[in-house]
Design a protein. Structure first.
Length: 388
């Protein structure tokens, strides 16, 4: 349920993960997931024991909110002991953005640790949360990670689609309408649909999953596998991490492992659209057309405002010879993102497949007006030229 919150007036959002797309229509998303039981892991030794219980070596797990001795001293220097809890939180916030002390800047697209942020002064929302939470706890304030539900946004980066969601720092009582939220966002004046406390272990798993997605984006596939296997070991119920692991295994050539990862994600969250899309694409790649179609059909009842999801579903339908379904999915994608060259070019490719050259040329002209260098736009142009 949505509850009123008081905000610390620090704003920022970035993706809590990336939608990863391969050569075949394949998507994966890392998002904040639903209700979880909060674990108070303020004691580093308790955290180490929890990691050991999951079969992990704590020395090989990055705890992103850990501080150095210099950082701990900095926190105590800027937050006097005489302050009330509220004043301590606001004092810490102000110090982090003070030009003479820290002056944090928003940086989209890289999930850093608290140490990373302290050293380079740049952060996205999860990076900021790592730093703020670590320092607030250092000065004695029992803050916690907070999943913030808002309308998702989407960005296309080459063959990657980034789905933006949000995480913040919370203090107070979520259930008593007495919650103070400190977040860091590039999007101003956005309301919260709902908030949900996250346990430390889930936040640590999210960090590893994000880093895995970012490492895969850099082309280091096997390093990404390592990050993502650690993520699902830390929190086996983090469905988006399983989806990202599936994408990474697919790129590593482990098709069976990828299929298992996608299905595991769906066992955790049967409404995870990215898992359906990835699985449908993988099965199509393997020639398992009927099975692929079943997962496409399963997507119909799942609410989704990601235009690139519908683009992917349209691609799958087109390759399956289901032209009317492809048209419907592409039209839905256009409705969500009217000025995307790739989506318009996809409609042109469909028109070409149906023999409607007039419409194909019309879609090509619209796509070229937006981005004539887009790979799909160029492919459509080549297809049309080859028929001239």
């Amino acid at each position: 349920m949505t509850r009123p919150v008081r905000r610390g007036q620090v704003r920022a959002t970035t993706s809590i993960g990336a939608v990863l797309r391969a050569a075949s229509p394949m998507l994966a998303v890392v998002v904040l997931t639903g209700c979880v039981s909060t674990m108070d892991l303020f004691d580093p030794e308790r955290l180490r024991l929890a990691l050991k219980d999951r079969g992990l070596d704590p020395d090989h797990v990055v705890v992103p909110f850990e501080l150095t001795a210099e950082m701990r001293q900095w926190a105590h220097d800027v937050v006097p002991k005489s302050y009330s809890t509220g004043d301590k939180l606001r004092g810490l916030r102000d110090a982090l953005f003070d030009a003479d002390r820290m002056k944090l800047e928003y940086a989209w697209g890289h999930t850093g640790t608290a140490v990373d942020v302290f050293e380079d002064r740049r952060a996205n929302c999860l990076s900021f949360t790592n730093l703020f939470l670590g320092m607030a706890r250092e000065v004695g304030i029992p803050v916690f990670f907070l999943a913030v539900e808002r309308v998702e946004t989407y960005r296309k980066q080459g063959d990657l689609v980034v789905v933006s969601d949000h995480v913040a720092v919370g203090w107070g009582d979520v259930h008593a309408n007495d919650l103070l939220v400190f977040d860091f966002s590039e999007h101003r004046n956005e309301g919260y649909k709902a908030v949900q406390p996250l346990p430390d272990l889930t936040a640590i798993a999210m960090f590893h999953s994000n880093r895995g997605a970012e490492t895969l984006q850099e082309g280091r596939v096997y390093d990404a596998v390592s990050w993502l296997r650690t993520a699902v070991a830390i929190d086996p119920e983090l469905a988006p991490a399983w989806v990202n692991l599936g994408v990474t295994l697919r790129r590593a050539g482990d098709l069976d492992g990828a299929e298992d990862a996608y299905k595991h994600a769906l066992e955790i969250d049967p409404r995870m659209s990215s898992a359906y899309q990835n699985l449908a694409a993988l099965l199509l790649f393997q020639g398992r057309i009927d099975e692929s179609s079943e997962y496409v059909e399963a997507m119909r009842s799942i609410p989704n405002r990601n235009p690139y999801s519908y683009l992917s579903l349209g691609d799958i339908s087109l390759r399956n010879g289901r032209l009317e379904d492809a048209r419907r999915f592409y039209r839905r994608a256009v409705g969500l993102s009217r000025n995307d060259a790739e989506i318009l070019a996809a409609l042109g490719q469909l028109a070409f497949a149906q023999g409607d050259m007039r419409l194909a040329r019309k879609m090509l002209k619209r796509a070229q007006k937006i981005d004539q260098e887009n790979p799909r736009t160029r492919r459509l142009a080549f297809m049309i030229d080859s028929q001239s």
